[in-house]
Ligand binder design. Structure first.
Ligand code: GAP
Length: 438
């Protein structure tokens, strides 16, 4: 296997993502817009697979319900949550080259790391995007695009609990867009201003908080490893020190991944205590306590939160999968994606465009389409067709050849081992099912 330097890996990945239709720069024909990206056919397929896997893991259990709250909420929500006051980063400008930095990202607070120029004093910059509701742009019509999906869950805590007759401990899961006016977005889609979060808030008796916190930490790292197929050695926990904790958190662990640009957070697990519900009770003057039938008392639950970005997960999966290998034709690029997340589960090729092969191949494709996302290709040499699928991570290729019409068999070629075997057409569906579930 060829060794790829970290910096090359990122630039190779960016180029592959564009070439193959995973990710495009947003508004590219106008010169692009900084840190905004569009997801192409393969990108959106991968994203949907990630979201589906998360959603099923979270909500296919009796103690977690799903919701989909609105992006724009009452502005008081963000006063109550502490975001208006605390969701800030310290911003510093260079007086000479005009570049902007987060103060906590630079070592010498006096000199610009880019040009050596003099820096301004740090000032707090709120990361929430502001907008106006209605035709008049005044203070009374200010609204915010949500910087986290969590608050939509907290304000609906009793609606969900009551309508679904849940008892503590139980959770509410949500997938949705969030927006942050980041000072220093970057590393491709790692940090952007618009992104999607998959968040689950687990409401517990206060005395259960530590135990459930441990439980969710373990569940979540296992999910990245066993469901998404991330390499366990590239994953670790990082506990937040006192100066890293968000304003709402009593304890927090990040699940970190070893990216080409260093160990960085992929997911956060937080013990948010009763902070959020108490704040909303104070600001809304509404009671959000849970009535415990057994104990005959009203309880303000503690909240254990798990929060992970969809795009960041997608980037992680691509970094984890990107491989360059020597092969008999020189070198091949292969995305070693787990079949569960791969955009296409299989490709079907007729070896040549004659002797009835395209018709048989089309029939196989049609039969599989209702269950699997399938790619059909009959152009170019078979070797080139395999390479094209390797680059987009398609785990299996089925080739219809001269034997097929005689004995109803095709070859199956494995992306990672490049091994080929013959199997019966009638066994293709079950083979795919089994290999995806592994
Ligand atoms: N509700 C808690 C919360 O939002 P966070 O640690 O600020 O916690 C959680 O964010 C996750 O959301 C991160 O681990 C990351 O995966 C994703 N995320 C946060 N900011 C992001 C950004 N600017 N771009 C892409 N993903 C982001």
């Amino acid at each position: 296997m060829s060794k790829i330097k970290p910096v090359d890996l990122m630039s190779e990945l960016v180029s592959l993502c564009k070439r193959k239709g995973f990710i495009f720069q947003s508004s590219e024909i106008y010169g692009g817009i900084n840190s905004c990206y569009d997801f192409g056919p393969l990108g959106v397929a991968l994203k949907n697979n990630i979201k589906k896997l998360w959603w099923e893991t979270m909500t296919f259990r009796s103690d977690i319900e799903g919701i989909d709250a609105s992006i724009i909420m009452h502005p008081r929500v963000w006063e109550a949550s502490g975001h208006v006051e605390n969701f800030t980063d310290p911003l510093i400008d260079c007086k000479k080259c005009k570049k902007r930095f987060r103060e906590d990202n630079i070592e010498d607070k006096k000199q610009c790391p880019e040009c050596g120029g003099e820096l301004t004093e740090a000032r707090n910059f709120n990361l929430m995007f502001k907008t106006f509701i209605g035709p008049v742009e005044d203070k009374a019509s200010i609204a915010y695009l949500r910087p986290e999906t969590a608050q939509g869950i907290y304000v609906n805590f009793l609606n969900v609990q009551g309508s679904c007759r849940q008892k503590l401990p139980f959770g509410i899961a949500q997938i949705g867009k969030a927006f942050r006016n980041e000072i220093t977005p970057g590393n491709f889609i790692f940090r952007t201003r618009e992104f999607e979060q998959m968040e689950m808030q687990y409401f517990v008796y206060p005395e259960q908080a530590d135990e459930k916190f441990e439980y969710w930490k373990e569940q979540r790292i296992k999910w990245h490893r066993d469901v998404l197929g991330l390499n366990g050695e590239s994953l670790r926990f990082h506990q937040h020190g006192a100066n890293e904790l968000a304003h709402y958190a009593k304890d927090a662990f990040d699940i970190e991944f070893k990216y080409p640009f260093g160990w960085q957070e992929i997911e956060g697990i937080h013990n948010r205590t009763d902070y959020d519900l108490k704040q909303h009770m104070e600001y809304s003057k509404k009671d959000l306590k849970f009535f415990d039938e057994g104990k005959k008392e009203r309880i303000t639950p503690y909240i254990i939160e798990t929060s992970v970005g969809v795009e960041r997960t997608l980037l992680t999966i691509l970094v984890n999968a990107f491989t360059k290998e020597d092969d008999k034709n020189g070198e091949r690029i292969v995305l070693k994606l787990h079949p569960r997340v791969a955009p296409y589960k299989a490709a079907i090729f007729p070896l040549v465009k004659k002797d009835g092969m395209p018709e048989i191949a089309r029939k196989i494709e049609d039969d599989l389409r209702s269950e699997f996302h399938i790619f059909f290709d009959m152009s170019g040499s078979i070797g080139r067709r395999y390479r094209r699928q390797d680059e987009i991570g398609t785990p299996f290729c089925f080739t219809v050849d001269g034997e097929t019409s005689k004995d109803e068999t095709v070859t199956i070629r494995d992306r990672d081992t490049m091994e080929q075997k013959r199997i019966n057409i009638s066994d293709i569906r079950e083979t795919l099912r089994k290999r995806i579930a592994l």
